[in-house]
Design a protein around this ligand. Sequence first.
Ligand code: PHB
Length: 391
Amino acid sequence: MKQRTVFKTLTLGLAAAFCAATLPAAAQQAKIKVGLMLPYSGTYAALGHAITNGFKLHVAENGGKLGGREIEYFVVDDESDPAKATENTNKLVKRDQVDVLVGTVHSGVAMGMAKVARETKTLFIVPNAGADELTGALCAPNIFRSSFTNWQPAYAMGKVAAEKGHKKVVTMTWKYAAGAQSTEGFKEAFEKGGGKVVKELTLPFPNVEFQPYLTEIASIKPDAVYVFFAGAGAAKFVKDYAAAGLKNSIPLYGAGFLTDGTLEAMGDSGQGLLTTLHYADGIESKKNNAFRLAYAKTYKMQPDVYAVQGYDAAQLLGAGLAAVKGDIANKDALIKAMEAAKVDSPRGAFTLSKAHNPIQDIYLRKAEGGQNKLVNVSIKGLDDPARGCKM
Ligand code: PHB
């Protein structure tokens, strides 16, 4: 053998020996199986796609790997249907035997996923669904969130509305966990600030027959209206609100999902809307600028909060996997590293609370052109109260 070949063989041999010493045999070859359970159809379809894009962008930026291991995707469309949540989750956990479950958008579906994740102790990262219980009464060592609780942006909007001097507000939303908890969060801060929620209007998810409710709002004549809507339904609501002639007479506020990823579909009717959220398009930071550029280049579209949350779910998993050198079976160390992670998010760096929910700034934003422009930081480092979490 030539000297160079001997040297090469030796180095390769040493590298292999090093790998064998640090990782169990099976773990060295196998890819890490990531199960993406998200809505790819229905009113939240665009949200599911944005989360998927964001997650895959971070993995691609790392050469298709996290913690040195290649990533393989298994994908299920959950249709935002809570009735199918257990069956759909089991497709990933039992049939495909994924190492980690990532999902979803809809709070009711996420609650079903959490039940399976708790029973099977599968690592579960929530890249959107705000169900307060996930990092509240149902918190668990294997459940993490890269997004928000329904309480967080809503509470900030309640504070803003009270500070604007509004006294009498009507709320409106879809009748399910996210809508109810968003309304509660708003009400808590708004009433603490001296306001009163005089009427809580709801309609079944994902109905978009808003007209009778708009007529009722017009007859109540509140100082302002607070809503939780998202996705395609949000665009329809804002258009209907303007068409009913309410936009110029009764200010409309929302958790920022109202205008995230939906401004183009709203056209003029969305312009000027004030919302609160843990992301704004115009955040000036190296990380946000790089993220927005890479996302636009890869997907030929602008990112939104959902893309950020997907990206950060991958970053959070990556932090855990890096600490255990890709050995996902080393659960305790993996979880410890994820708990301690400081995620360099496009929204601004965040850490996790004891209940595994981001402690993060909530921004007040104003819709201008195609963007939710940053107005100010409404509440700095807002931590969810994590009611009922014993961990
Ligand atoms: C939820 O169901 O928790 C949910 C759905 C869509 C959003 C935000 C929260 O944009």
